[in-house]
Design a protein around this ligand. Structure first.
Ligand SMILES: NC(=O)c1ccc[n+]([C@@H]2O[C@H](COP(=O)([O-])OP(=O)(O)OC[C@H]3O[C@@H](n4cnc5c(N)ncnc54)[C@H](OP(=O)(O)O)[C@@H]3O)[C@@H](O)[C@H]2O)c1
Length: 327
């Protein structure tokens, strides 16, 4: 079969299309013909060797995906050849070969049906980002109706967080450097969008909020902006650290946590067990249905255009960047 392989760590520029052996399936696995796959920043981190996982090389990247079941292992029940299934978080694309390939072996415990009303393209794009956003929103326990601020709100996790938080009933503030993407964010649930490149963004957000402050921040960006987020937070505010697209935080005074009793908590979608992922996934589907939200696809690339798809991801998409594999 055809696959994009990573022969050595260092860069996504090392990726190359190659003819590789068919996937090896275990008895608890399902063999999927991959229709659509989707890109995540973590694919790049793994290729660069900047990720905890160090799979054997050559490795096939790609964590999200949807496909047609071609065969099932002897220990699998509930899936039949011909079924469509999407992949939810698991070892695929991390410790074992992923979805940038025509076929992939997936543990049956990491599969879910395509939700009603979703296209196959949407189904192949979504699960990692939505599960991540869900963990960021729910890891603090019940929040009550809150003000939720999301950085990098136009990206995969940001769009998922915006749709989920607004469906739950939270007041969502998005940060995006693009006015065009900001307008789109207000169409999918953001009550207000500010530009983090504007040195006055905190003032603008506080003016919008009046006497209120931000109860929960979901931060996809990190970098120099991180300490600024604390300035707009409420007493007892919480900050879910998801990503660091702008790199390490150069300077951070822990004293800024004292007086408002702020709490910071890391998000790691990889810590969800398959059972937790499936449970969360069901809640995500129910929550999205409240406002008829479905995943937002930024762009679709042909299978042989994976490098261009990574360029698009690096440029800052509006939603998910999808790879058409065999569809
Ligand atoms: N902890 C976990 O379990 C977990 C799981 C999934 C993802 N992540 C991480 O979460 C982060 C977001 O993932 P994603 O899939 O949403 O990424 P994405 O789709 O690439 O989008 C992120 C958005 O952030 C903004 N952005 C990008 N680079 C930026 C920069 N240098 N400075 C400021 N804004 C920037 C862009 O929005 P604008 O152009 O609109 O400003 C972009 O659309 C990544 O670091 C990813 O690795 C973590």
């Amino acid at each position: 079969m055809q696959a994009w392989i990573l022969p050595k760590f260092g860069s996504i520029a090392n990726l190359q299309i190659a003819k590789v052996p068919e996937p090896v399936t275990e008895k608890s696995d399902v063999l999927l013909e991959v229709l659509y796959s989707a890109l995540n920043p973590a694919d790049r981190y793994l290729a660069e060797g900047a990720y905890p996982a160090r799979p054997p090389l050559p490795h096939i990247l790609g964590r999200d995906g949807v496909g047609v079941v071609r065969s099932v292992g002897s220990g699998v029940s509930g899936w039949q050849p011909g079924d469509n299934a999407l992949i939810i978080r698991g070892p695929v694309g991390v410790e074992r070969p992923g979805t940038f390939a025509q076929r992939v072996a997936v543990p049956a415990s990491c599969l879910a049906a395509v939700p009603d009303g979703w296209s196959l393209q949407q189904a192949g794009s979504a699960s990692l980002a939505y599960l991540t956003a869900w963990q960021a929103l729910t890891q603090w326990g019940p929040l009550g109706t809150s003000v939720v601020l999301i950085t990098g709100a136009s990206g995969g996790v940001g769009v998922a967080g915006t749709q989920l938080a607004s469906s739950i009933g939270h007041h969502v503030i998005g940060l995006s450097r693009s006015p065009e993407k900001g307008r789109k964010l207000t169409e999918i649930g953001a009550a207000f969008v500010a530009d983090p490149a504007d040195t006055q963004w905190r003032k603008v957000v506080l003016e919008h909020l009046g006497s209120r402050r931000v109860d929960l921040v979901i931060d996809n960006i990190g970098g120099a902006q991180f300490p600024e987020l604390l300035d707009v937070m409420a007493m007892w505010g919480k900050l879910s650290v998801v990503g660091r697209l702008a790199g390490p935080v150069p300077q951070f005074n822990t004293a800024s946590l004292f007086f408002k009793r702020l709490r910071i908590g890391g998000v790691a979608v990889g810590t969800y067990t398959p059972e937790e992922s499936l449970h969360a996934w069901k809640q995500i589907i129910q929550t999205l249905a409240v406002q008829n939200h479905t995943p937002l696809v930024d762009s679709e690339f042909a299978f042989d255009q994976l490098p261009q798809a990574f360029d698009r991801l690096a440029a800052g998409p509006m939603g998910k960047v999808v790879l058409r594999v065999t569809a």
